[in-house]
Write a protein that binds this ligand. Structure first.
Ligand SMILES: C[S@@+](CC[C@H](N)C(=O)[O-])C[C@H]1O[C@@H](n2cnc3c(N)ncnc32)[C@H](O)[C@@H]1O
Length: 273
């Protein structure tokens, strides 16, 4: 495995509200990410099917803890992951170190921002899974990232991403219990979610509360807040076209179903023009 690291990112709970958008939510919550998401494989199969069409090498933008990246390397693809969270990347590096030597050799990890990272390779497929695109909060950020991804694709290479289809009728005053799990260390972790919408700016702020308890210790709460810039179906297509991609397929689920008004997700497959 090859790794490269940019400047360290930091999480400081004393930061003021003016800096809130600058805080990286993954620094505080990375250790809980896999607990809930590691078993989710539907999108892994979706992106693997695309890689079987294009061949490698493959670029995963915003690769996090390696939930998708590691299965790609196990399936025989050379894959590069880019992520700006040092903590998520550290978890990925640890997980990769437990893989077989040949799997490790197919993985490259780079700490950096998809908007401006420069890699010395071109890829046949790039993808950005699991709502990650919505972390790009302005049109300028979205366009910068798309142009940069395009620069890393070979001629005719494919780019794919999937995001939730916005449901703006979610009640803002409810806290949802997303589940309770017990870790191997015996911690009982309950995950709660609250969500608010800023429709004028097409953003939603999601707050996660992780209540961590054990029978013999007082409970502690870890709070993390994400602002996402949600996207609409047509807007995403226009954005891709503007940034030098031709949208060749769209889906409303990871099994290849058509996008409809009730689809949970919107998945796009676009070719570099
Ligand atoms: C929802 S997680 C997805 C992780 C992984 N791809 C998966 O599907 O499980 C989003 C990831 O995007 C990363 N991220 C957010 N904005 C980024 C940016 N501009 N450049 C690089 N990574 C970014 C975060 O650090 C986080 O690890």
């Amino acid at each position: 495995m090859n790794t490269s690291r940019a400047g360290e990112s930091s999480f400081d709970a004393s930061d003021t509200s003016a800096d809130r958008e600058m805080l990286d939510p993954y620094e505080a919550s990375a250790r809980y990410y896999d607990l809930w998401h590691e078993d989710f494989h539907d999108d892994v199969e979706f992106y693997l099917r695309l890689a079987e069409r294009t061949g490698g090498p493959v670029l995963e933008c915003m690769s996090g803890t390696g939930r998708v990246l590691i299965p790609f390397a196990r399936a025989g693809f050379e894959i590069t992951g880019v992520d700006r969270s040092a903590t998520m990347m550290d978890r990925c590096t640890t997980k990769v170190s437990f893989e077989r030597a040949d799997v490790q050799q197919r993985i490259e990890l780079h700490h950096g921002d998809v908007e401006d990272i420069k890699l010395d390779r071109k890829y046949r497929l790039a993808f950005m899974p699991f709502n990650s695109f919505l972390h790009l909060l302005t049109t300028a950020d979205q366009e910068k990232a798309l142009h940069n991804v395009r620069d890393h694709l070979e001629g005719g290479g494919l780019f794919s991403f999937a995001v939730f289809s916005p449901r703006l009728d979610r009640p803002e005053h409810l806290v949802r219990h997303r589940g309770t799990r017990v870790t191997t260390q015996g911690e009982i972790i309950s995950w709660f979610e609250a969500q608010t919408f800023d429709q004028g700016n097409q953003r939603t702020t999601v707050t996660y509360f992780y209540d961590v308890s054990r029978q013999d210790k007082p409970m502690r709460r870890v709070t993390t807040e994400f602002t996402l810039r949600y996207l609409f179906y047509r807007e995403a297509q226009e954005l891709l076209s503007r940034c030098g991609f031709e949208v060749i397929e769209t889906y409303g689920d990871y099994r290849g179903g058509e996008f409809t008004a009730t689809s949970p997700i919107m998945a796009f497959v676009a070719r570099k023009t």
